[in-house]
Design a protein around this ligand. Sequence first.
Ligand code: 3PG
Length: 393
Amino acid sequence: SDLCAQGKARNQRVFIRADLNVPQDDAGNITEDTRIRASIPAIRMALDAGAAVMVTSHLGRPTEGEFKPEDSLAPVAKRMAELMGRDVPLVANWVDGVQVAPGQIVLLENCRLNVGEKKNKEELARKMAALCDIFVNDAFGTAHRAEGTTYGIAQFAPIACAGPLLSAEIDALTKALAQPQRPLSAIVAGSKVSTKLTILQSLADKVDQLIVGGGIANTFMLAAGLPIGKSLAEPDLLDAAKAVMAAMKARGAEVPIPTDVVVAKTFAADAPATVKAATDVAADDMILDIGPETAARLAAQLKSAGTIVWNGPVGVFEFAAFENGTKQLAKAIAESSAFSIAGGGDTLAAIAKYGIDKQVGYISTGGGAFLEVLEGKKLPAFDILEQRAAASV
Ligand code: 3PG
């Protein structure tokens, strides 16, 4: 964006890597277009600066070198054209050369169709770098992948920099995790400890309060010696859960364990729901939400937090009888003056359901990339841009 502002993008060939990997239904209709909308500021900035603009993205995980119609970015080109109010031509087979004039935009077909993209082969990366004067990576959602268009091209392009979306995502994550206003609360929920163990372990060193929910909370309840009946849990991860609780306790921080829960005998939308004390869960009970007392206590704590990181609903919020916990925490996040950041598909669905998108400080477009940052990992696609920036000063 600085380059655009300084007039340095005029008549330059700008190659933008966006993450336009959006969900589609069986008929190929885009069901959710947030990522396309989020890609537009970078594109407009380059167009307004007088650049010849090429944009690409992956879509799904196609087999390299084998074009199938369902792998095409054609529906994305169409939606982008509608959103921008201008033509967005789609270019197939673009690696050896692209025709685009200053002030014009083309969308380059699914970059994962190119042989060498996934494995970041140097020959492909060099060819793509030769297409442009300036490479802009704005694909936060793919920043955890070191592929041709996210890493290799950034090594070889004359200039390589981060776009406004990638920069905003990194800034929000830095504000939440590296320099947080305390107390810092994290909600890590979802069905399995195993898929989020690294996140729990990494956050245990940083946060003041680690709220667990869903199947993850069940495993923690079990580790705390509570009965969980036939609830979803991972008994082989009890020691890991205990270690997280001990690490938090040693720092004077806490993992609040639910004191009441909502249970049912079966996993169904119409299953009769009963609120029980956490100590009273029966052998044939299934925990499907945190109870109202727990929700109220956590909500009060969230309201006085300085920073909140939210990943995962704390109950089966898709079913009305088991949505209260997630709804109360969502409301508390909305009412809190804390800086909040949320990410992950289910979390975004809950934010949409409770209409709190305007009150959340930052909603990430990343799925896997967001989780990897919470795991404390570096994002290779951002790392290479930092290396290039460091080398140029
Ligand atoms: C995502 O949807 O998380 C990103 O677009 C990355 O997709 P991938 O997991 O296929 O690399």
